[in-house]
Design a protein around this ligand. Structure first.
Ligand code: NAI
Length: 480
């Protein structure tokens, strides 16, 4: 492989440590390793130039190296300013066969603690192939890479500034500055890139939501694979992943005893369900807030109190947002919390908590305790502890989901990339989920590791239910 000359990571000397952890992760990611085995020597992604924007962690490292083994030419950045694991980033640049002096891995532009300006610079670098080639696939988490390309193209074509709400992260001015700068030398750069893209595979609820909105407005110029709504993604990563990594993040950040504390979880979707279990597992008394009567009823029947934030804001010890919606914890809520209440978000964007309002409120004192932990003191003297500046705390304050569950998510990602790269012309410019037989296959690939022995149906039983012996076993409308 050629030597990688373009990249920006924190410290290349962390690569050896990163490689050791990548090796451990490979053992825990049987789905990805099975794909490597299955496609050995076949290179189904040969010719694919994959532009990836997804938390640059160890687990993502195994994903990236799987894409490379399958023949893809890959560039990467993180989809969050705090989520990069610097040893993972360095190891991926060095690659499995390179050295720090002669890295032969993948160009990565990511480090933990980027500024917003640096974040969009990294996104732009990730999308810009040095030899004049362009990406033809996007692998996105939250939709920022897709948004950057499409808004860039729009900006070039009609000269108008796309609406600020096109960027859910509320950082529009910074994006625009980056886009304008990127156009100094190439006036139609993003229009060309947008034309080149065969498709995007999207990792998370929030990114998928943005894609469906684009389709509704008739603005999606290529097909998209909704990886999030594979059952083996959202019902595992969002649920069991958050069950692992939420309290991991809170404890690494604060070391606070969770047993006996009152914790409010806003939202009881997949992430909320995992978060509530995570806190309950530590002995916290968990209260849920919801807008959806079905989810509220689920929470109540799971034994959780369901309340309005207003009614519990002054008495709870800990607040976690999990909604993918904005303005969930507002300034007026933060003002009423008890002294040293802990506040954090595990949804995709930081606008679930009114951070901008907190930062600009008169008379606030911000004391940084350590990276990604701040004490904010209000003029009346009481304080709150804010985790990861309101950005997803499981990746900001800890290391995100563990390998095994990310193997489920990323096996779906690789399958989606192969399908879109090889068959994009068979799809309309809409959002698709992977077929159920592939979803079941992802699950199957993870059974052996856990010692699961699956029961096999007889032909008579299969006929009785009207399903094939080898699956798929459920209709598409089945909800698990
Ligand atoms: P979901 O749609 O299953 O759940 C969100 C829930 O929030 C829904 O039940 C909705 O009714 C509720 N909600 C919306 N507005 C509300 C309000 N004002 N008050 C109370 N509840 C409200 O979505 P999912 O899959 O749980 O994802 C949630 C967020 O987490 C998304 O932004 C997603 O991208 C992100 N995510 C983060 C992960 C992480 O590792 N940090 C992993 C997976 C997803």
């Amino acid at each position: 492989r050629p030597v990688v000359t373009e990249f920006k990571v924190k410290d290349m000397n962390l690569a050896a440590y990163g490689r050791k952890e990548l090796k451990i992760a490979e053992k825990e990611m049987p789905g990805l390793m099975a794909l490597r085995e299955e496609y050995k020597g076949k290179f189904p992604l040969k010719g694919a130039r994959v532009a990836g924007s997804l938390h640059m962690t160890i687990q993502t490292g195994v994903l990236i190296e799987t894409l490379v083994e399958l023949g893809a030419d890959v560039r990467w950045c993180s989809c969050n300013i705090f989520s990069t694991q610097d040893h993972a980033a360095a190891a991926v640049v060095v690659g499995p066969h390179g050295t720090v002096d002669k890295p032969t891995g993948v160009p990565v532009f990511a480090w933990k603690g980027e500024t917003l300006e640096e974040y969009w610079w990294c996104t732009e670098q990730m999308l810009t192939w040095s030899n004049g080639e362009m990406p033809n696939m996007i692998l996105d988490d939250g939709g920022d890479a897709t948004m950057y390309v499409l808004n860039g193209a729009k900006y070039e074509q009609d000269g108008k500034v796309p609406a600020p709400e096109a960027n859910a992260s509320g950082e529009w001015k910074v994006v625009l500055k980056s886009l304008t700068k990127s156009l100094e030398n190439h006036k139609d750069k993003w229009t060309k890139v947008a034309k080149e893209i065969k498709g995007v595979s999207e990792e998370t609820t929030t990114g998928v939501h943005r894609l469906y909105q684009m389709v509704e407005r008739g603005e999606l110029p290529f097909p998209a694979m909704n990886v999030n709504d594979s059952v083996t993604k959202s019902k595992f990563d969002n649920l069991y992943g958050c069950r692992h990594s939420l309290t991991d993040g809170i404890m690494r950040a604060t070391d606070v005893m969770l047993s006996g504390k009152v914790a409010v979880v806003c939202g009881y979707g997949d992430v909320g369900k995992g978060s509530a279990q995570s806190l309950r597992g530590q002995g916290a008394r968990v209260i849920i807030t919801e807008v959806d009567p079905i989810c509220a009823l689920q929470a109540a029947m799971e034994g959780f109190q369901v309340a309005r934030l207003e009614d519990v804001v002054a008495t709870a010890d800990l607040f976690i947002t999990t909604t993918g919606n904005k303005d969930i914890i507002r300034l007026e809520h933060l003002e009423q919390m008890k002294d040293m209440a802990i506040v954090g978000n595990i949804g995709h964007f930081d606008n679930e908590i009114q951070m901008a309002e907190l930062e600009t409120k008169d008379g606030m004192i911000r004391e940084n305790i350590k990276d990604q932990v701040d004490r904010w003191q209000f003029p009346d003297g009481h304080s709150i502890l804010m985790l990861a500046e309101g950005r997803l705390l499981n990746l900001g304050c800890a290391t995100g989901h563990p390998s095994f569950v990310m193997s489920c998510s990323f096996t779906n990602q690789v399958m989606a990339q192969i399908e879109l790269f090889q068959n994009a012309s068979l799809y309309e410019n809409k959002v698709y989920t992977l077929p159920k037989h592939l979803d079941e296959r992802v699950a199957r690939l993870h059974l052996d590791q856990l010692g699961v022995r699956l029961t096999e149906m007889t032909k008579e039983q299969a006929d009785y239910l009207g399903v094939p012996v080898e699956g798929p076993y459920k209709p598409d409308h089945y909800r698990y």
